[in-house]
Design a protein around this ligand. Structure first.
Ligand SMILES: Nc1nc2c(ncn2[C@@H]2O[C@H](COP(=O)(O)OP(=O)(O)OP(=O)(O)O)[C@@H](O)[C@H]2O)c(=O)[nH]1
Ligand SMILES: [Mg+2]
Length: 286
């Protein structure tokens, strides 16, 4: 299959075309993904979530640079569940990331909710499959917001970062609504602002009793705009990957994801058939 061969050969345009096919839910996309599945399993997927404006894009940008310094190739997916279009904010990010775009070791893609069925989380998982099969070592997934959709998107990653900032008032209490629990690493960004130590201490107090199978969620302070704390954050991410590998959870999460993905594909195909039947006034045509 042409799309598969192109992606396997490291052709960036073939990768971009495949992702467009996935987003448009083109029938060939499912077949291509099925074939590409056997080439996946190498990438480490990192999700970054948190309220609007906390600095997720800046963190992604700096982490991408940090991993490039560590000779890793990087894929970036920016997901905005709230918009049916690719919004200005993400386009702005892309301009900011322009010099990263010039680096052939980095592939950046923005996505917004599309399609009548098939959730954004499923589409994100499919794009991750494509990037993984392409050979990216690190895949960074930025999700905007903190609702249920965003949590679902974040969960497509193996390591989840939840970012917060000092002085917003919407601290731990508000954040507990579904988002704190999913974190493997907390990031207190904008640590150049007053109150960073307080937020970090609060978070530490919150997480200190929680040790899940030997993983203690760390709280990492960063000043993303000044590239401070980024190396330490990359270290924590690396530690989490080692933890997943040594506990066998890496294989576990991948198996679970594959199962989830197969289900999602079946669901989408069934939905497509049902819609077609609906359009044909209830007559089965095939
Ligand atoms: N003072 C300070 N400002 C920062 C820091 N990191 C990011 N910013 C600024 O915060 C603003 C928002 O940063 P983004 O990276 O776009 O935040 P985001 O979370 O991706 O925003 P959305 O995608 O809109 O949700 C920008 O003006 C950044 O320059 C930091 O460590 N300190
Ligand atoms: Mg952003």
């Amino acid at each position: 299959m042409k799309a598969v061969d192109g992606v396997r050969a490291g052709d960036i345009r073939a990768l971009a075309r495949l992702i467009t096919m996935v987003e448009n839910q083109a029938p060939e996309a499912g077949e291509a993904l099925r074939l590409l599945h056997s080439y996946t399993g190498k990438a480490h997927t990192i999700g970054i979530t948190g309220a609007p404006g906390v600095g997720k894009s800046t963190l992604v940008d700096q982490l991408a640079r940090e991993f490039r310094h560590r000779s890793k190739t990087v894929g970036i997916i920016a997901v905005d569940p709230s918009s049916p279009f690719t919004k200005g904010a993400i386009l702005g990010d892309r301009v900011r990331m322009q010099d990263l775009c010039q680096d052939r070791g980095v592939f950046i893609r923005s996505m917004a909710s599309r399609g009548a069925w098939g959730g954004l989380a499923e589409t994100t998982a499919d794009v991750i499959t494509a990037l993984d099969a392409f050979g990216k070592d690190i895949i960074l997934v930025e999700t905007v917001g903190a609702g249920q959709d965003e949590v679902e998107v974040a969960k497509t990653a193996q390591t989840i970062l939840v970012a917060t900032i000092p002085g917003t008032g919407d601290d731990i209490q508000a954040m507990k609504a579904g988002i704190l629990e999913i974190a493997h690493i907390y990031v207190v960004n904008k640590a150049d602002k007053e109150g960073a130590d307080l937020v970090a201490a609060e978070l530490e107090h919150y997480v200190s009793p929680i040790v899940e199978d030997g993983w203690q969620v760390p709280v990492v302070k960063t000043v993303a705009i000044e590239n401070r704390g980024i190396a330490a954050l990359a270290e924590s991410i690396e530690n989490h990957r080692l933890y997943l590998e040594t506990t066998g959870k890496m294989a576990g999460t991948m198996e679970e994801k594959a199962r989830h993905q197969v289900l999602a594909i079946a669901q989408r195909e069934l939905m497509g058939k049902l819609l077609k039947i609906g359009a044909n006034n209830g007559q089965m045509d095939s």
